[in-house]
Design a protein around this ligand. Structure first.
Ligand SMILES: CSC[C@H]1O[C@@H](n2cnc3c(O)ncnc32)[C@H](O)[C@@H]1O
Ligand SMILES: [Zn+2]
Length: 439
């Protein structure tokens, strides 16, 4: 065990996520810089490190920082502009027109700062973001102190951000070059969806993903219409088309996978792909229910995502854990489907693994980065507490999050943000954009 320790976090419960099902009572997580040096019983820690600064969490559960495996962060500025519509009407009648009028680097920077603040307050320390102007999003995550994977997005149609697939790729790669050595910012290739990107561009993205070794982040099989349109246009289901174009592999993150039949599940499993399950967005857009228990049974790594704030409308991974656990039971008719500890693993380690970060984040153990979230379980609505994992998934909300660390740096202290934007400034920015969007 390392003796170079600079912070002790004494918690009533430490839930490391790995090994599965373990809850450590009255344990301490000892930090050294950005990493976890040790996890040990509190009495031992107090004896061994009497002079090291300590944070006391006497009624709290300490869990790995939550990993939001799919979002469009800057869409916080469009929260509530188009509710109660199905996906294609939502995109074509409301969201894409609004994006073509308003999205700019400034929009993305401000919207992402708002999103990062919301996410960090809710215990999310890493997100997988897919949106225009990743250079502006990178600035926001840098300022907020959050970890993020940014999509080098590709669409076949022009937007104010880029005019064709080549232009999207060139811009994305230039941003990646500029942020290459940042400790908290990484990149994915992010073709939007099978119905918005051509075979030619997809084949180039597949080759590029291999060459530069980045994950591929893509909406896939979100609606029944996507499947029937693909059958009419290409003669095959979208996932089979993607496989033929060389896109499927361990770095492929299939977002939604709502309409995944046995052949699709077999394809995803055989290629070691991951799925980003977004239960709230899928319910709100009436896209359907992803077959999560069958994905898990097939051994497919499945994380959780919020999607953007215009289709959820919260960036709240406690809500997603609860929805994922409940929806799996309804869909399968089996109350044992997605138990609480599985929902927590999906929201942490499985998300980290999908992003290729499973060795660095997603669980609490010596050597891992200290991305941590403390949840206050000493409240009236969480008494009595027989099992903290049960409360984390079924009883608490994000308002119970008290402390958050990203890479050993405290970004939320007793509910107070330390680094990210000041509330007044964020409120002012949101008001400015609201005025612009209604005009
Ligand atoms: C290329 S930037 C991302 C692009 O995706 C749009 N979007 C947001 N949510 C969804 C969804 O659930 N399915 C498909 N597309 C979605 C977003 O508005 C941007 O245009
Ligand atoms: Zn999405």
């Amino acid at each position: 065990m390392s003796d170079a320790v600079d912070l002790l976090i004494h918690a009533r419960w430490v839930i490391p996520v790995e090994p599965a099902g373990l809850t450590l009572e009255r344990h301490t997580v000892a930090l050294c810089g950005e990493r976890i040096a040790a996890v040990l019983p509190q009495d031992d820690a107090r004896r061994r490190y009497p002079n090291v600064p300590a944070v006391e969490l006497p009624g709290h559960a300490l869990i790995p920082g939550l990993v939001n495996l799919h979002t469009h962060a800057a869409m916080t500025l469009m929260r509530g502009i188009a509710d109660d519509l199905p996906l294609m009407r939502w995109l074509q009648e409301a969201v894409w027109p609004a994006e073509s009028r308003h999205v700019s680097a400034a929009f993305v920077r401000d919207g992402t700062l708002l999103a990062a603040t919301e996410m960090l307050r809710g215990g999310i320390t890493t997100c997988n973001d897919m949106y225009f102007h990743p250079e502006a999003a990178a600035d926001a995550y840098d300022q907020a102190g959050m970890r993020a994977m940014l999509g080098m997005v590709v669409l076949d149609f022009p937007t104010p951000y880029a005019h064709d697939a080549d232009d999207y790729l060139r811009k994305g790669l230039a941003v990646r070059d500029r942020w290459r050595d940042h400790p908290r910012i990484g990149f994915t290739l992010a073709p939007h969806a099978p119905y918005t990107v051509s075979d030619d561009a997809l084949a180039r993205i597949a080759a590029l993903a291999d060459e530069i070794d980045v994950p591929v982040h893509m909406h896939v099989h979100e609606t029944a219409g996507e499947i029937s349109d693909a059958l009419a246009r290409h003669g095959v289901r979208p996932l089979l088309r993607l496989q033929r174009l060389g896109l499927l592999g361990p770095g492929f993150i299939a977002v939604h996978a709502v309409h995944a039949d046995a052949t699709d599940i077999d394809l995803l499993a055989r290629h070691g792909c991951s799925v980003a399950h977004c239960p709230t967005s899928n319910m709100k857009l009436a896209s359907g229910i992803a077959p999560v228990e069958r994905l898990l049974a097939a051994g497919i790594n499945t994380g959780l995502g919020t999607d953007g704030a215009a289709s959820n409308n919260r960036l709240d991974m406690f809500a997603e854990m609860r929805q994922a656990a409940l929806l799996a039971k309804v869909a399968s008719g089996d109350a044992t489907a997605v138990p609480a500890h599985v929902a927590l693993r999906m929201a942490t380690l499985d998300g980290a693994r999908a992003l290729g970060l499973g060795e660095r984040i997603g669980s609490i153990g010596a050597g891992k980065l200290a991305d941590l979230c403390a949840v206050n379980l000493a409240t009236l609505e969480t008494q009595p507490c027989f099992d903290p994992v049960s409360h984390l998934v079924y009883a608490v909300g994000r308002e119970h999050v008290s402390h958050v660390w990203v890479g050993g740096r405290c970004v939320l202290d007793k509910g107070k943000p330390l680094l990210h934007g000041h509330d007044n400034e964020l409120l002012r920015l949101a008001a400015v954009w609201q005025t612009k969007l209604v005009n």
